[in-house]
Ligand binder design. Structure first.
Ligand code: FAD
Length: 408
């Protein structure tokens, strides 16, 4: 039977990052994915400042720059009453943009191939994991379906990086994600979209509320386009997301820009487990990273950054478990502490912001005031830069701040 230090299930950003960081620490890793790379992943393809930070650490920025990508240097918002606000990202000393838009077909393959080429990483593609192996209440490996045959593979630690419908999370009995902490979204690609800039667009227009419609620009007038909504609201209002996309494209604000645009494929749906209620991401012999651990930003829907970062944090704890020769939850629980320190404050703030954003009058007020107030625009702009984002996000998520704006 094959035996590894670490088995990583899932080769998305979370799994490839975990594999690379573990491999750099000298651990022998098996990375398993049911898909064969390159593969698509339903996503907005927005690569934010946090993602850029970890991708830089993994020396992947030059790979992004030499493949198909669009640079992102700001955000365009529109409000329910149709006001449009354009926010520039603060200028940096370096030429690096605030973020990128990279199709996941491209981005995930770059990270996956980097992991695959590391001498300490073995890879199994086109191989679904179908179960975990347990002994005395501890996870000791996985069962894969290898070309129709069941195969057992052992490791000291199994990392579930298998996304929103994680089989590892299910098999270890992790909590179900509540609808208050879960989003359903659909997206497709369009070509021929007019009027795009080097900015991602978030449209809080009436046609899609209480969700938002996004346009993330790609090269050659192509764009990633979609709508997302909190599952609780979606069920309560019986919203059809496909119809919501149609309505957004035909809205007064956007119809001219989509006049000659053509969809490049079907709308595809996927779920977003939000970090407003993280899952317990550790136990005897296992850790969960990325979407499997429910780490997505509850306001923006971004999860690539936290998937990459959680992979790094997982590797720190796995290395410690090795040095102690103890893979029990007593040691692995330190992962939860690292997640708490690195992410919880931001996740909480972004959840507060998401809740404020459910009030239509506040969306109208915020966008209207920011159009006329350069200081407010500067605050929003500063949230786009990793180094300064927290202090400004906190401001924007504070109802008192908006009360002051209202009476100013
Ligand atoms: C519509 C939409 C828009 C989004 N937009 C953005 C955005 O613009 N920016 C952003 O940062 N985030 C965005 N997100 C969130 C982002 O897509 C996720 O947070 C991110 O993909 C999480 O990475 P991951 O590695 O945890 O999981 P994934 O990327 O889902 O990777 C999981 C991997 O596990 C594999 N796998 C699954 N089951 C098994 C199994 N049983 N055996 C073996 N392999 C398995 C899959 O094939 C896959 O390769 C969006 C999400 C959605 C749904």
């Amino acid at each position: 039977m094959k035996n590894y230090d670490v088995i990583v299930v899932g080769g998305g950003p979370g799994g490839s990052s975990t594999s690379l960081f573990c491999a750099k620490k000298g651990l022998k890793v098996l990375l398993i994915d049911k898909a064969t790379f390159p593969r698509d992943k339903v996503c907005g393809d927005g690569v934010s400042g946090k993602s850029v930070r970890v991708l830089r650490e993994l020396d992947l920025i030059k790979d992004i720059e030499s493949n198909e990508h669009a640079k992102m240097n700001g955000v365009i918002f529109s409000s329910p009453k149709g006001d449009v606000l354009e926010v520039e990202a603060p200028k940096k000393d370096t030429k690096e943009p605030a973020g990128y838009v990279v199709r996941r077909y491209v981005l995930d393959n770059l990270i996956f191939q980097k992991a695959k080429s590391h001498k300490n990483v073995d890879v199994m593609e086109g191989t679904p994991v179908i179960d975990v192996l347990k002994e005395n209440g501890k996870v000791v490996g996985v069962v894969v379906n290898s070309k129709g045959n069941k195969e057992e593979i052992r490791a000291n630690v199994v990392v579930g990086a298998d996304g929103a419908s994680s089989i590892i999370a299910t098999k270890v009995g992790a909590e179900k994600i509540e609808e208050e902490h879960h989003v359903i979204a659909v997206r497709t690609y369009y070509e021929g979209v007019e009027g795009m800039k080097d900015k991602i667009e978030l449209h809080f227009i009436d046609e899609v509320l209480p969700g938002y419609f996004w346009i993330f620009p790609l090269p050659n007038k192509r764009a990633n386009v979609g709508v997302g909504m909190l599952t609780k609201e979606l069920r309560r209002k019986k919203v059809d997301l496909k119809k919501a996309v149609e309505k957004a494209i035909n809205s007064k604000l956007l119809r001219e820009r989509f006049k000659n645009a053509k969809p490049l494929g079907e709308l595809k749906g996927w779920s977003l487990p939000l970090g407003s209620k993280r899952r317990r991401g550790y136990g005897n012999g296992y850790l969960l990273v990325g979407d499997a651990a429910s780490l997505i930003d509850p306001f923006t829907g971004e999860g690539i950054g936290n998937a990459l970062l959680s992979g790094k944090l997982a590797s720190i704890v796995i290395e410690k478990a090795y040095s102690l020769g103890d893979f029990s939850e007593n040691v692995l629980k330190e992962y939860d502490e690292l997640l708490r320190k690195e992410m919880d404050e931001e996740l909480k703030v972004m959840y507060n912001l998401q809740r404020l954003g459910r009030f239509k009058f506040l969306l109208n007020l915020a966008i209207d005031k920011a159009r006329r107030n350069s200081e407010l625009r500067r605050i929003i702009s500063s949230t786009l830069v990793q180094e300064t984002s927290m202090q400004y996000k906190k401001k924007l998520a504070n109802p008192l701040f908006w009360l002051k704006v209202l009476i100013s």
